[in-house]
Design a protein around this ligand. Structure first.
Ligand SMILES: *[C@@H]1O[C@H](CO)[C@@H](O)[C@H](O)[C@H]1NC(C)=O
Ligand SMILES: CC(=O)N[C@H]1CO[C@H](CO)[C@@H](O)[C@@H]1O
Length: 610
């Protein structure tokens, strides 16, 4: 009875879902992430054991102990090897991210999101609100909670537009957090922990830049996942994939150019460079698929274009191959390197195959001249019996295609992880069989020339990939901590004295002050001997409250209006004075009055460089 009652209550009051939380995070991907974290812990443990054993090995002179330790070391090392292999396999689990559609397409490489540990900023934020802003920090609990919840939610973004918006929103809020709570050369003393996207190795830094960079990395990584899951059996899906991969390239590129000295390898220059190229290559692959899909006519020229597109993809993939070999050899997962090699052979085969189809099927009676002109290769066809030659060259291309297909399958077979990838297997066998069939079909026909050589096919594309830079203004946010006051004055860099309350009463000569600017309104001047001066107002003071009511965000007109209409009783003005002994900050703030954040940003660069 009690039990069922509990159930009912539970159903009536389900826990509120976290905003933007990915339902999928409870499934495959989160399992993956948990396993990865667990393996990492084990690796760390083994590493510590190894370090200890190595120290002991160096320190001891006793042969017997040395032998035992050596044995122990080899045991630890083989354990480490196994763990690393397991991690590798997890990290290369690409199938989780592929589309559920029936279409068979070569899988794309997506990136896993960087994971982070929980951080509690409540205490440091409260301290600053209290000490720096002189506010009652308990009044800002709602804001702090909102910020912490946003951070919590962005750890598991859903794999769609909403997930991207969530990441962007948090990224944009970090700008405000930085301005409000991070004075130059200082941190909150809190560490931000993020795990490497590929190896799961943890890094931490106190700089907020690391948090920002990691979020941006996840924007890129999420785009790769969105790109990889598109159903590319129709042009609409292909276009979405192209867009996503171009944006992923943009995010990684932005990171490469704007953030440096990241503590983790995935955010180092060479890795980011490789990731940008990887995305570009994937865009080019999509372009090829699009061309294949939309090329319905079997015209010689169009078939040849398909061949050139394939050659283009191969070119992109080859660049990637050299990079991953030289720059990040020990870092890039083996399965990626294999995948890249498989793709290089695969697209080389496809370009030969399409050239063969173009030549064999359509040049019998015409277009013999364009065979030569259309940059198919350097070889010159004899002027006599041109068409027969074209046929033979086509067959040579087909032979090349078959060899390349076989090479692709061989490389594929060498990698344990790729072997498990059924889609890739299926695609490779399909195109191989298609080439073989074509070959045997041709074999039945007469052979005049067996000696022709297949030239390499010149690459060309109909669509050059773009690198689409992230546009942060697509997700406008309002500063969560805006109640602290306008950022132009109430920021971490500025300093001001305690709030003074002055009582101002109209005299014969008026109030004796001039006001300037908005949010907050500045006392631009006081008349010597006037009411304002006598009340204790000084030039450069800011009006933060009137009669106890918050006026930090007030417009010039509002303040003027209230002062003009004040009764004989007068008004109570709460004012602050910025500390001007720090002249640079003074300059910053007064400039900011007119031009706000941008100016603040610029000047602060000077401040920090001193
Ligand atoms: C960025 O997004 C904003 C808002 O959607 C838009 O007005 C602006 O043109 C975009 N900028 C670029 C460079 O695309
Ligand atoms: C602040 C800054 O340096 N921003 C640059 C970041 O990188 C992009 C290019 O990807 C530049 O356009 C920005 O100016």
């Amino acid at each position: 009875m009690c039990f069922s009652m509990l159930c009912i209550i539970h159903n009536l009051f389900p826990p509120p879902p976290l905003q933007g939380c990915d339902p999928c995070s409870q499934t495959q991907r989160s399992k993956l992430q948990h396993r990865r974290a667990r393996i990492n812990q084990q690796i760390n443990k083994e590493m510590r054991m190894r370090a200890g054993a190595e120290n002991l090995f160096r320190a001891t002179t006793n042969t017997k102990v040395k032998e035992t330790v050596a044995l122990e070391l080899s045991f630890v090392n083989s354990n480490l090897q196994l763990l690393k292999e397991e991690l590798e396999e997890l990290n290369s689990n690409m199938e989780v991210y592929q589309t559920e559609s029936e279409a068979i397409n070569v899988p794309m490489i997506p990136l896993g999101l960087k994971e982070t540990k929980e951080v509690d900023l409540t205490v440091p934020l409260k301290d600053i609100i209290c000490e720096h802003y002189g506010e009652d920090s308990s009044l800002f609990e709602k804001e702090i909670k909102e910020f912490m919840e946003l951070r919590q939610a962005m750890r598991t973004p859903s794999r769609n537009e909403a997930g991207l918006e969530l990441l962007m929103e948090y990224y944009n809020q970090l700008y405000y957090l930085d301005q409000r709570f991070f004075p130059p050369h200082r941190t909150l003393g809190v560490h931000f922990h993020w795990y490497d996207s590929l190896t799961g190795v943890p890094s931490c830094q106190r700089a907020l830049a690391f948090e920002k960079g990691s979020v941006l990395f996840n924007v890129g990584a999420l785009y790769t996942q969105i790109g990889a899951r598109q159903d590319r059996s129709a042009t609409a899906g292909i276009d979405r994939a192209i867009d996503a991969f171009q944006r992923a390239a943009g995010a990684f590129n932005y990171l490469k150019e704007n953030f440096s000295n990241a503590p983790s390898l995935d955010m180092s220059g060479p890795s980011l460079c490789m990731l940008v190229r990887l995305m570009i290559a994937q865009v080019q692959e999509c372009v090829f698929e699009r061309v294949t899909l939309t090329t319905q006519d079997t015209h010689f020229i169009t078939q040849l274009q398909v061949a050139k597109e394939a050659a283009r993809v191969r070119g992109r993939v080859l660049v990637l191959q050299t990079m991953s070999q030289t720059l990040v050899k020990d870092y890039v997962p083996f399965s990626w390197a294999s995948m890249v090699q498989v793709k290089a052979e695969h697209f080389r085969a496809l370009s030969h195959y399409n050239a063969a189809v173009a030549l064999c099927d359509h040049t019998r009676k015409y277009l013999c001249v364009s065979v030569k002109d259309d940059a198919l290769g350097e070889h010159t066809l004899p002027t006599k019996a041109v068409c027969v030659c074209a046929h033979a060259v086509g067959k040579a291309h087909l032979r090349c295609a078959v060899i390349r297909h076989e090479e692709a399958m061989r490389v594929h077979g060498l990698c344990k992880i790729l072997r498990k990838m059924d889609i890739l297997q299926e695609v490779l066998s399909f195109v191989y069989k298609r080439s073989l069939d074509k070959y045997s079909e041709m074999d039945r026909e007469d052979d005049f020339e067996e000696t022709a050589e297949a030239p390499e096919i010149h690459s060309q594309t109909q669509h050059k990939p773009d690198i689409t830079a992230p546009n942060f203004s697509t997700v406008p946010v309002t500063d969560i901590f805006q109640r602290l006051g306008p950022l132009s004055v109430f920021c971490a860099r500025a300093r001001w004295g305690p709030v003074r309350v002055v009582s101002l009463q109209r005299g014969d000569g008026g109030l004796g002050l001039t006001l300037r600017g908005d949010s907050p309104v500045l006392v631009a001047g006081v008349v010597p001997g006037g009411c304002a001066q006598e009340a204790g107002l000084r030039e450069g003071d800011y009006i933060v409250a009137v009669d106890g009511e918050d006026f930090k965000w007030a417009k010039h007109g509002e303040v003027v209006h209230i002062l003009k209409s004040c009764s004989d009783r007068g008004v109570q003005l709460s004012i602050i004075t910025l500390h001007t002994h720090d002249t640079q900050v003074g300059v910053v703030v007064s400039l900011c009055l007119d031009a706000c954040v941008c100016v603040l940003h610029l000047i602060c660069v000077c401040v920090t460089s001193h």
